[in-house]
Design a protein. Structure first.
Length: 129
């Protein structure tokens, strides 16, 4: 078994596609519009299934905002240099909500950014081996 994708409901599909592709460097992999059922899907990622997990961005016609609730935590992405990654996010207009630094109680260096719909993305520094 393996994780294929995670679905996030978004209030503005193009804004979300722009964030994940321009700010976080993912690729727009495919889209699927379903007017009969009033939703559009966009899949983004650093590669495609089954080698890489993808994000499914779901836009339901006419819904501009969702209550994120308290159950969802965050998406995690590895980066080779967390300081450069956070600077690039800021340069692209992204929101760094926790500056790079060691995780409390551990040794990993992490940071958090927030997408336009309020979802948290944890960046974890993983130096190339």
């Amino acid at each position: 078994m393996r994780i294929l994708h995670t679905m996030l409901r978004v209030g503005d599909l193009q804004r979300s596609i722009d964030f994940y592709t321009n700010v976080l460097g993912m690729n727009l992999l495919r889209t699927n519009d379903n007017p009969e059922y009033k939703y559009t899907l966009a899949f983004v990622g650093y590669g495609t299934n089954p080698e890489h997990a993808e994000l499914e961005l779901t836009y339901n016609y006419g819904v501009e905002k969702y209550d994120l609730g308290t159950a969802f935590g965050h998406i995690a992405i590895s980066v080779p240099d967390i300081y450069k990654a956070c600077e690039a996010v800021k340069t692209q207009g992204g929101n760094v909500t926790r500056e790079p630094g060691p995780v409390k109680g551990g040794h990993s260096v992490i940071a958090f950014v927030q997408d336009p719909d309020g979802y948290k993305i944890e960046l974890i520094e993983r130096k190339p081996v």
